[in-house]
Ligand binder design. Structure first.
Ligand code: ATP
Length: 372
């Protein structure tokens, strides 16, 4: 197999600590890879006024996959104050690198497995194994927001029968967000869910929406799910309202299989699912596009833990397992997953969030030792 070129993006805070665990694991596995450093994060913002400079975009266009640590973001005023003096007062605005990456590389599918590692003291149960797919580019995250309400938009809204209760409000007393759902977006995320369920030999796909209230947007997602389901006769399609689903997920997480949802509901449901199997320190994710994929733990940069050695590297190691599977290194992926599971099951070398007393690098070394 050809050498794998991986965009190496530690970012900020504990991102830098946990990505070293991935390096140790890849080295122990003997995978033929090249870690290509790509600049991203707070230092770039402070020095250059851009947390993801153009040269990073150029570098990423040449690479098929990225491993991403975490990035710090701060409120606008604080961000401005930390800019190099010559960059201040020039109207430079901080924009989240990860959101830009998702848009630029059309990383429409956010895959967030919530699989319990048996013996993890933070598990709600040991038999949870859920694949959550969240649409990554549309919905309320499309960024179509208005305040104050523009006159042109008011004219359109005045034709809508449901606008009557708001008709008398002044423009500055109304804020409006538009939920955008497209046939293409629904089809892409649902297709990904059905295909993944088929590939992994899963039995059921649950589409989590709220079509009884959001008749057009959630309604479109559910209607397309029904259309596509006909092509996957071996899979059961279930439809769940997001509120009832949240209760079900907590009541019996072991009964869930593949779950697919739009951007905002998917965000909430995937965080809830992650918490049932160890929470922030343990959860991996993948952002998948047609020709580029980015793998990252779900946690942020945790400035309180940066450099203390207290960050749990398991979310990053589980993200590395996903990356290895994606690039066709299934055997290495399985070996790494097994080493992580053994480390957790042994219950001795763990970070403080899991009740242990060991450091990030000590846990990483233990996983590498178990890889052999
Ligand atoms: P950001 O703005 O970068 O997302 P945040 O503080 O809002 O940062 P996280 O960085 O994800 O969110 O973390 C919140 C808290 O969870 C951290 O302060 C830390 O205490 C804990 N935490 C996050 N990641 C880990 C980890 N890998 N291991 C242990 N604890 C963690």
């Amino acid at each position: 197999m050809a050498r794998h070129r991986i965009a190496w993006m530690p970012g900020d805070g504990i991102g830098r600590d946990v990505i070293e665990a991935a390096r140790l694991a890849l080295d122990a596995l003997g995978v033929d890879y090249e870690a290509v450093p790509v600049d991203v994060g707070w230092e770039c913002w402070c020095r250059e006024g851009d947390p993801l400079p153009p040269r990073s975009f150029t570098a990423l266009r040449e690479l098929p996959v990225a491993l991403f640590g975490a990035i710090t973001s701060k409120p606008a005023a604080e961000a401005e104050a930390e800019l190099a003096p010559e960059l201040r007062g020039r109207g430079i605005v901080y924009r989240s690198p990860i959101v830009r990456l998702r848009q630029e590389f059309r990383l429409a599918v956010n895959l967030r497995p919530a699989k319990a590692i048996p013996g993890n003291p933070l598990n709600a149960r040991d038999d949870v194994d859920i694949l959550v797919l969240r649409e990554n580019t549309e919905d309320l995250y499309a960024g179509l927001e208005y305040h104050p309400l523009p006159d042109g938009l008011r004219t359109v809204l005045e034709e809508h029968p449901r606008w009557a209760p708001f008709a008398e409000l002044a423009a500055e007393d109304v804020a409006l967000s538009l939920r955008v759902t497209t046939r293409a977006g629904c089809t892409r995320i649902l297709r990904a869910a059905f295909d993944l369920a088929r590939q992994r030999g899963r039995r059921r796909v649950t589409v989590v929406e709220k079509p009884n209230v959001l008749r057009e947007t959630s309604g479109m997602m559910v209607r397309i799910a029904r259309e596509l389901a006909a092509e996957y006769p071996e899979l059961e399609l279930r439809e769940a309202n997001v509120d009832a689903f949240a209760m079900d997920l907590v009541r019996a997480p072991q009964d869930q299989d593949v779950v697919v949802s739009s951007n905002l509901f998917g965000d909430i449901v995937s965080d809830l699912a992650a918490q049932l199997v160890g929470g922030l320190g343990c959860a991996p994710s993948a952002n998948l596009g047609a020709d580029f994929a980015l793998f990252e733990p779900i946690h942020g940069s945790a400035p309180d833990l940066a450099g203390t050695g207290r960050a749990n590297p398991i979310g990053m190691l589980a993200s590395t397992v996903m990356l290895l599977e994606h690039v066709g290194e299934s055997e290495a992926a399985q070996r790494l997953e097994r080493a992580v599971h053994e480390t957790v099951a042994a219950g001795e070398i763990l970070t403080p969030d899991m009740g242990g007393t060991h450091t990030t690098s000590r846990v990483a070394a233990e996983v590498a030792r178990r890889i052999g």
